[in-house]
Design a binder for this molecule. Structure first.
Ligand code: IVH
Length: 663
């Protein structure tokens, strides 16, 4: 009988402690002192140690940590974890609303703060936390259950036997971040750059004791199946999840787009008052029954958008200005800055674009400047703080190429300086880097580092040399400092690229003004590289979207003797340079069809498969509906396959997809 009592005591303690955790970490309203809490927890730990047969997965003792993994298990998301498209201003939000109104008419919105942490999904079975996983690439994440159970606001047992998946953001509160960094500094350990990095670093620990010591928190913002909590809207769903015991992001309910804009601006104005970092606001259509109708792109739902806050501006100093040479020989002045943190990353360089830009902003070495991240990515100098200027001198633009010392030229009517030396080493390196890049010839395994290395070793001077590398396999293995395996892989990819399409080749050549779109148009019209070589300006001007600049540049390129020799070399080395895109009228496999991918593909990544389908005129969507034309089912395909079968939708396996793509 004594054992029954122990079991009961353990049960009672578990329930009490879980309740105290909830009061403290979700409601922020504790009803017990820390000392008493610790004592209860200690008692439970002792009881479970003596009676391990009664220890269960929903016991709060798990929160202390102790599990040490050898590595992370993969976790395949049954429903992909998408990301959000961005809005940067009021117009973007209004345009978002317009797109929705066009499809479903007027809607209400739910507006929430966008926590800057990392997304995770929690899987509950009959009210108990079963697994927690990171987003990963959206299709496959990592199992982080052992660390997530240490987050005290994450319920291990819910108030009701709910089965399903909820998603949210794991983050480190600002105060915990400050304390952690102070402690690390006093131990002589490096500081974390920002709370997001600290949270990500903690959640990726194999030893859950480490995560348990780092104060992490989690805010839930969605549920994969709203019907499972009998909700029909985001606001209802969040209330239902709150009732189940989750710490949720309760949305503001807005009935007009003006309301939405006000809500978003109000969140922005309070941005620094939140106990955690936020980097924007999320606007979601409130009525969840409309989601399928509004639809999805391959990466994000069309019924939600992230409004990103204005870029943060910081002050730093221009220590130097250097000149970089691009593949076309274009010289870009770049400011070398005293490193400074902006929105979570260290910025030490900012583009100064060209001479006119420098003159108009009057930027000088030694100046204190205001810097921001334009569009959140590329840092930019906003203005100079002239009051702080002492004896800084106006900047003198480079007269000679920093790589080959040839005199620089500025063409009439253009703002940029160019190095006109065709054999300039920087130009050659950049040209090759562009040639192998993903959107051009997409040669895997040959990147910036490899090209620079081979160039310096004298193994690569120009694009055709790439295709001559195989003759030097042994030298490469000996001299290049790369393993035999990676050299062979690289050579294989180079060989494979010989049959790439004409548009890839044209784009890869890096002809000035000829981007991806123009390359496609030209390839489609001329079909072979020989035809493009002999095209006249008039022929080119006949094409849609080809203007004077492009036409002139293409003709000039192919009239240049060295370029012609290079193309001849490429053809002699086996480059096909043929248009492979089938005419729309004949490409019945993909054109105009909607595809959904599910399960694991073994020879292509999902993004690669999506790209190739899109390149052939197909559309890729993330959810199966009556609008779906074909479901591509990889291994371990689950509910989507079932749904497609129920709807009588054509299903292709991976091999069929490959065959059709190769047709
Ligand atoms: S909804 C299908 N709501 O932002 C869309 N996301 O840029 C799922 N995030 O990966 C996301 N706060 O990690 C949503 N209230 C919120 C959010 C939020 C932060 C993060 C989330 C997502 C990323 C998208």
């Amino acid at each position: 009988m004594i054992f029954l009592d122990v079991k009961k005591r353990i049960e009672q303690l578990k329930e009490r402690i879980n309740r105290y955790d909830y009061e403290y970490h979700v409601l922020d309203n504790p009803s017990i002192s820390d000392v008493d809490y610790d004592q209860l927890l200690h008692t439970l730990i002792e009881l479970e140690r003596n009676h391990p047969e009664y220890a269960t997965d929903d016991s709060p003792t798990r929160r202390v940590g102790g599990t040490v993994l050898d590595g992370f298990e993969k976790y395949e998301h049954t429903i992909p974890m998408l990301s959000l498209s961005n809005a940067f201003n009021e117009e973007d939000l209004r345009a978002f609303n317009q797109r929705i109104v066009k499809i479903v008419g007027h809607v209400d919105y739910a507006v929430e703060q966008k926590v800057d942490g990392l997304a995770a999904t929690l899987h509950y079975e009959k009210g108990k936390l079963l697994t927690a996983a990171t987003r990963g690439d959206g299709s496959v994440g990592e199992d982080i259950t052992h660390n997530v159970v240490t987050i005290k606001s994450v319920p291990l047992r819910l108030r009701e036997p709910f089965t399903g998946e909820v998603r949210g953001e794991i983050y480190m509160p600002k105060a915990a971040f400050a304390a952690l960094n102070a402690a690390r500094e006093s131990r002589g350990e490096p500081r974390f750059k920002n709370p997001r990095n600290a949270a990500a670093g903690s959640i990726r620990q194999l030893d859950s004791k480490v995560a348990a010591k780092r104060t992490l928190d989690m805010l839930i913002y969605s549920i994969t199946d709203v019907k499972s909590v009998e909700a029909q809207s985001q606001t209802e769903a969040m209330k239902a999840l709150e009732k189940l015991g989750f710490k949720v992001s309760l949305p503001m309910h807005c009935t007009t787009i003006d309301d939405v804009i006000n809500a978003v601006l109000s969140i922005e104005s309070k941005r620094h008052d939140y106990p955690f970092d936020i980097d924007g606001a999320v606007v979601k259509v409130n009525d969840t029954t409309l989601y399928d109708k509004i639809g999805y792109t391959a990466k994000s739902p069309k019924w939600a958008i992230a409004y990103k806050f204005k870029a943060e501006e910081v002050i730093t100093r221009v220590e130097d200005v250097i000149f970089q040479v691009g593949r076309t020989g274009q010289i870009t002045p770049v400011a070398v800055l005293t490193p400074v943190d902006i929105q979570g990353s260290t910025v030490s360089r900012a583009t100064l674009h060209n001479e006119d830009y420098i003159v108009s902003k009057d930027i000088r070495v030694g100046d204190d400047v205001i810097v921001k991240k334009a569009g959140d990515i590329i840092p930019e100098v906003v203005s100079v703080i002239k009051e702080r200027r002492t004896d800084q001198q106006p900047l003198i633009m480079a007269k000679n190429c920093p790589a080959c010392d040839s005199p620089l030229k500025r063409e009439q009517g253009e703002a940029d300086l160019y190095c006109s030396n065709d054999t300039c080493s920087a130009k050659q390196i950049e040209t090759m880097i562009h040639f192998v890049s993903r959107k051009a010839m997409n040669i895997d395994g040959v990147g910036e580092r490899v090209i620079e290395h081979f160039f310096n070793e004298g193994l690569l001077q120009s694009i055709p040399d790439l295709y001559r590398l195989k003759a030097h396999r042994d030298t490469l293995i000996k001299r290049a400092g790369f393993g035999e395996k990676s050299i062979d892989k690289m050579l294989k990819h180079i060989e494979k690229s010989k049959s790439n399409s004409l548009e890839q080749l044209l784009f890869g050549l890096g002809i000035r003004h000829v981007g991806e779109k123009a390359s496609k148009t030209i390839a489609k019209a001329f079909k072979t590289i020989d035809n493009v070589k002999t095209a006249t300006q008039e022929d080119l001007l006949d094409l849609p979207d080809v203007g004077d600049k492009i036409a002139k540049s293409v003709v000039e390129y192919f009239q240049n003797r060295e370029k012609r020799t290079m193309i001849d070399d490429l053809l002699a080395l086996g480059i096909e340079g043929k248009y492979t895109g089938l005419d729309e009228t004949h490409d019945t496999n993909f054109e105009g069809k909607t595809f959904v991918l599910t399960g694991t593909l073994s020879t292509l990544s999902r993004s690669e498969a999506s790209e190739r389908i899109e390149a052939r005129g197909g559309k890729v969507s993330s959810s199966v509906s009556s609008q779906t034309s074909v479901l591509i089912a990889g291994e371990k395909a689950g509910s989507k396959l079932q749904k497609a079968n129920n709807l009588g939708i054509t299903v292709w396996d991976e091999k069929t997809l490959r065959d059709k793509l190769n047709q």
